[in-house]
Design a protein around this ligand. Structure first.
Ligand SMILES: CC(C)(COP(=O)(O)OP(=O)(O)OC[C@H]1O[C@@H](n2cnc3c(N)ncnc32)[C@H](O)[C@@H]1OP(=O)(O)O)[C@@H](O)C(=O)NCCC(=O)NCCS
Length: 149
Protein backbone atom coordinates (compact mmCIF):
# COMPACT_ATOMS: atom_id res chain seq x y z
CA UNK A 1 0.00 0.00 0.00
CA UNK A 2 1.54 3.30 -1.11
CA UNK A 3 0.84 5.71 1.75
CA UNK A 4 1.39 8.70 -0.58
CA UNK A 5 -2.04 8.10 -2.14
CA UNK A 6 -3.77 8.78 1.16
CA UNK A 7 -4.14 11.80 3.37
CA UNK A 8 -5.10 11.67 7.06
CA UNK A 9 -6.52 14.74 8.78
CA UNK A 10 -8.75 15.83 11.63
CA UNK A 11 -12.45 15.95 10.71
CA UNK A 12 -15.75 16.74 12.41
CA UNK A 13 -18.05 14.07 13.83
CA UNK A 14 -20.59 14.90 11.11
CA UNK A 15 -18.02 14.33 8.38
CA UNK A 16 -17.36 10.85 9.78
CA UNK A 17 -20.98 9.76 9.23
CA UNK A 18 -20.38 8.99 5.51
CA UNK A 19 -18.25 6.05 6.74
CA UNK A 20 -19.81 5.41 10.17
CA UNK A 21 -23.22 4.90 8.64
CA UNK A 22 -22.55 2.27 5.90
CA UNK A 23 -19.87 0.39 7.86
CA UNK A 24 -20.93 0.57 11.51
CA UNK A 25 -24.69 1.26 11.39
CA UNK A 26 -25.85 -0.16 8.03
CA UNK A 27 -29.59 0.02 7.54
CA UNK A 28 -30.09 1.97 10.75
CA UNK A 29 -31.21 5.59 11.06
CA UNK A 30 -28.46 8.18 10.60
CA UNK A 31 -29.19 9.31 14.19
CA UNK A 32 -27.54 6.06 15.40
CA UNK A 33 -24.24 7.44 14.08
CA UNK A 34 -24.19 10.13 16.76
CA UNK A 35 -21.99 9.12 19.71
CA UNK A 36 -22.10 10.67 23.18
CA UNK A 37 -19.31 13.23 23.43
CA UNK A 38 -18.82 13.54 19.67
CA UNK A 39 -18.69 17.34 19.81
CA UNK A 40 -16.64 17.79 22.99
CA UNK A 41 -13.47 19.84 22.59
CA UNK A 42 -11.47 16.89 23.96
CA UNK A 43 -12.76 14.49 21.27
CA UNK A 44 -10.64 13.94 18.17
CA UNK A 45 -12.00 12.53 14.91
CA UNK A 46 -9.61 11.46 12.15
CA UNK A 47 -10.38 10.81 8.51
CA UNK A 48 -8.32 9.01 5.87
CA UNK A 49 -8.93 10.36 2.37
CA UNK A 50 -8.18 9.12 -1.11
CA UNK A 51 -8.32 12.34 -3.10
CA UNK A 52 -11.55 14.00 -1.87
CA UNK A 53 -13.21 10.79 -0.69
CA UNK A 54 -13.35 9.83 2.97
CA UNK A 55 -12.67 6.09 3.21
CA UNK A 56 -11.48 5.47 6.78
CA UNK A 57 -12.24 6.92 10.20
CA UNK A 58 -11.47 6.64 13.89
CA UNK A 59 -12.29 8.78 16.91
CA UNK A 60 -10.71 9.26 20.33
CA UNK A 61 -12.84 10.19 23.36
CA UNK A 62 -11.50 11.31 26.73
CA UNK A 63 -13.27 8.53 28.65
CA UNK A 64 -11.78 6.55 31.51
CA UNK A 65 -12.50 2.83 31.68
CA UNK A 66 -13.57 1.79 35.20
CA UNK A 67 -11.14 -1.15 35.22
CA UNK A 68 -8.08 0.82 34.08
CA UNK A 69 -6.19 2.82 36.70
CA UNK A 70 -3.92 4.90 34.41
CA UNK A 71 -4.44 8.67 34.47
CA UNK A 72 -4.32 9.66 30.83
CA UNK A 73 -6.50 7.31 28.88
CA UNK A 74 -8.62 7.74 25.77
CA UNK A 75 -11.31 5.52 24.30
CA UNK A 76 -11.07 4.59 20.62
CA UNK A 77 -14.48 4.49 18.94
CA UNK A 78 -15.91 4.51 15.41
CA UNK A 79 -12.99 2.57 13.89
CA UNK A 80 -14.05 1.82 10.32
CA UNK A 81 -12.89 1.52 6.71
CA UNK A 82 -15.31 1.44 3.77
CA UNK A 83 -15.95 -2.20 2.82
CA UNK A 84 -14.24 -2.11 -0.58
CA UNK A 85 -11.05 -0.68 0.96
CA UNK A 86 -10.78 -3.14 3.87
CA UNK A 87 -7.84 -5.54 4.17
CA UNK A 88 -5.35 -3.21 2.48
CA UNK A 89 -3.63 -1.82 5.57
CA UNK A 90 -5.69 1.38 5.78
CA UNK A 91 -7.24 0.64 9.18
CA UNK A 92 -3.78 0.06 10.55
CA UNK A 93 -2.54 3.27 8.88
CA UNK A 94 -5.15 5.59 10.39
CA UNK A 95 -5.00 3.92 13.81
CA UNK A 96 -1.19 4.21 13.93
CA UNK A 97 -1.52 7.90 12.97
CA UNK A 98 -4.06 8.39 15.78
CA UNK A 99 -1.92 6.59 18.36
CA UNK A 100 1.05 8.80 17.49
CA UNK A 101 -1.09 11.91 17.83
CA UNK A 102 -2.54 10.75 21.17
CA UNK A 103 0.95 9.91 22.40
CA UNK A 104 2.03 13.47 21.61
CA UNK A 105 -0.89 14.61 23.81
CA UNK A 106 0.53 12.56 26.72
CA UNK A 107 -2.03 9.77 26.47
CA UNK A 108 -0.69 6.66 28.19
CA UNK A 109 -3.33 4.10 27.26
CA UNK A 110 -5.93 3.68 24.53
CA UNK A 111 -8.83 1.30 25.12
CA UNK A 112 -11.84 0.26 23.09
CA UNK A 113 -14.86 -2.02 23.12
CA UNK A 114 -14.03 -4.28 20.19
CA UNK A 115 -16.55 -6.25 18.18
CA UNK A 116 -15.66 -9.92 18.22
CA UNK A 117 -15.17 -9.83 14.44
CA UNK A 118 -12.57 -7.04 14.78
CA UNK A 119 -10.46 -8.78 17.49
CA UNK A 120 -7.82 -10.06 15.01
CA UNK A 121 -7.38 -6.54 13.64
CA UNK A 122 -6.86 -4.98 17.07
CA UNK A 123 -4.54 -7.80 18.15
CA UNK A 124 -2.41 -7.20 15.05
CA UNK A 125 -2.32 -3.53 16.04
CA UNK A 126 -1.00 -4.42 19.52
CA UNK A 127 -4.19 -4.37 21.60
CA UNK A 128 -4.94 -6.94 24.34
CA UNK A 129 -8.29 -8.01 25.73
CA UNK A 130 -9.21 -7.57 29.39
CA UNK A 131 -12.28 -8.57 31.41
CA UNK A 132 -15.20 -10.68 30.24
CA UNK A 133 -16.93 -10.59 26.87
CA UNK A 134 -20.17 -8.61 26.92
CA UNK A 135 -23.08 -7.98 24.59
CA UNK A 136 -24.01 -4.63 23.06
CA UNK A 137 -27.70 -4.91 22.11
CA UNK A 138 -28.31 -4.94 18.33
CA UNK A 139 -24.55 -5.01 17.60
CA UNK A 140 -23.35 -8.23 19.28
CA UNK A 141 -20.49 -9.62 21.43
CA UNK A 142 -17.68 -7.25 22.39
CA UNK A 143 -14.38 -7.38 24.29
CA UNK A 144 -12.65 -4.55 26.11
CA UNK A 145 -9.12 -4.11 24.73
CA UNK A 146 -6.27 -1.78 25.58
CA UNK A 147 -2.83 -0.73 24.38
CA UNK A 148 -0.18 1.09 26.34
CA UNK A 149 1.42 3.75 24.14
C1 LIG B 1 -11.75 -3.46 11.47
C2 LIG B 1 -11.30 -2.55 10.32
C3 LIG B 1 -11.34 -1.09 10.77
C4 LIG B 1 -9.86 -2.92 9.97
O1 LIG B 1 -9.41 -2.09 8.90
P1 LIG B 1 -8.69 -2.76 7.64
O2 LIG B 1 -8.21 -1.66 6.78
O3 LIG B 1 -9.61 -3.76 7.05
O4 LIG B 1 -7.48 -3.52 8.37
P2 LIG B 1 -5.95 -3.59 7.87
O5 LIG B 1 -5.96 -4.02 6.44
O6 LIG B 1 -5.26 -2.32 8.19
O7 LIG B 1 -5.42 -4.76 8.79
C5 LIG B 1 -4.36 -4.58 9.71
C6 LIG B 1 -3.88 -5.92 10.18
O8 LIG B 1 -4.95 -6.62 10.81
C7 LIG B 1 -5.20 -7.86 10.16
N1 LIG B 1 -6.63 -8.09 10.07
C8 LIG B 1 -7.59 -7.19 9.78
N2 LIG B 1 -8.80 -7.77 9.78
C9 LIG B 1 -8.57 -9.07 10.08
C10 LIG B 1 -9.42 -10.21 10.22
N3 LIG B 1 -10.77 -10.11 10.11
N4 LIG B 1 -8.85 -11.40 10.53
C11 LIG B 1 -7.52 -11.51 10.65
N5 LIG B 1 -6.66 -10.47 10.54
C12 LIG B 1 -7.19 -9.27 10.25
C13 LIG B 1 -4.64 -7.68 8.76
O9 LIG B 1 -4.28 -8.92 8.20
C14 LIG B 1 -3.46 -6.80 9.01
O10 LIG B 1 -2.35 -7.57 9.43
P3 LIG B 1 -0.97 -7.57 8.58
O11 LIG B 1 -0.45 -6.17 8.73
O12 LIG B 1 -0.14 -8.58 9.24
O13 LIG B 1 -1.38 -7.88 7.19
C15 LIG B 1 -12.17 -2.73 9.05
O14 LIG B 1 -12.05 -4.06 8.58
C16 LIG B 1 -13.63 -2.40 9.27
O15 LIG B 1 -14.04 -1.26 9.10
N6 LIG B 1 -14.44 -3.40 9.65
C17 LIG B 1 -15.87 -3.21 9.86
C18 LIG B 1 -16.15 -2.28 11.02
C19 LIG B 1 -15.62 -2.81 12.33
O16 LIG B 1 -15.78 -3.97 12.68
N7 LIG B 1 -14.97 -1.87 13.08
C20 LIG B 1 -14.45 -2.17 14.40
C21 LIG B 1 -15.52 -1.89 15.38
S1 LIG B 1 -15.00 -2.33 17.03
Amino acid sequence: MNQDHFNIKQITAQESYSVRHPVLRPGKPISTCVFDGDDLATTIHLGLYQAETLIGICSFFKNAHPDLSVQNQYQLRGMAVLNVFQGQGLGNMILAFGEKLMNQKNTETIWCNAREIALPFYKKCGYETFGQAFDIPSIGPHYAMYKTL
